[in-house]
Design a binder for this molecule. Structure first.
Ligand code: HEM
Length: 198
């Protein structure tokens, strides 16, 4: 994941929700003050759910286009002619009631089943990483990097949006820039910075 993508996730409106006690409690309970690692972040189901929920509402690639290589028929029966340009929008799909219950609610729990296990969603419903043969090749690495970063930073710093009025505005480019959004970053009173100083 590029620095830009990490910043885009961090500076989203959902930073307030990312910074939930539940995420910090999970990190502290599972990592027990050890630095986040490739292996240990696999156990952070709630944090992963927070990350996916953020990408559902604020996908780094909010819209995408394809041109038909040949005449085709889409699963819904729509006829496509060779050369037609088709646009799909993960940003819109993340807000579609036909795909998500209460789509505008930030609910990491939707990614976790009743047994506390990860609940995978079809890549054709959650399209932040594209789907099919051109699925993001770096998806696993992106998720690992994001979890390591979040598991390292969240227990140390508290991030609060400086203002939520007006609500965050997003740009209409190929990637998702956020306008006029700043967060206040402060050391947590009970941070464990000392564990990195040895
Ligand atoms: C949150 C982080 C990321 C998101 C949301 C993301 C999203 C996407 C999307 C939507 C595509 C499809 C682009 C298209 O075909 O129009 C894509 C493709 C791709 N991504 Fe990512 N990506 C992320 C991180 C990464 C990372 C860290 C790497 C490499 C280590 C990576 C490598 C690739 C590659 C190689 C493709 C092209 C795949 C192909 O066309 O066959 N991505 N990604």
């Amino acid at each position: 994941m590029s620095v830009v993508q990490i910043i885009s996730v961090f500076s989203s409106q959902t930073v307030a929700e990312i910074d939930t006690p539940a995420a910090v409690t999970e990190i502290r309970t599972i990592l027990e003050d050890t630095p986040a690692s490739y292996e240990s972040v696999k156990k952070l189901t709630y944090l992963k759910a927070v990350f996916f929920e953020t990408l559902r509402l604020y996908p780094s690639v909010p819209k995408n286009v394809r041109m038909a290589y040949a005449d085709d028929v889409l699963p819904g029966g729509i006829q496509v002619a060779k050369g037609d340009v088709i646009l799909y929008a993960p940003y819109v799909m993340g807000r579609d009631e036909q795909i998500w219950e209460e789509p505008l609610e930030f609910k990491p729990e939707r990614w976790i089943d009743d047994n506390g296990k990860w609940r995978e969603r079809s890549a054709f419903e959650f399209t932040a990483f594209n789907a099919g043969p051109r699925l993001c090749l770096g998806k696993t690495m992106a998720v690992t990097e994001a979890l390591v970063l979040l598991a390292t930073v969240l227990p140390l710093y508290e991030m609060t949006p400086t203002s939520t009025d007006p609500p965050i505005q997003v740009g209409e480019t190929l990637t998702l820039p956020m306008h006029s959004h700043t967060v206040h970053v402060a050391h947590r009173a009970d941070d464990r910075t000392h564990m990195y100083e040895e």
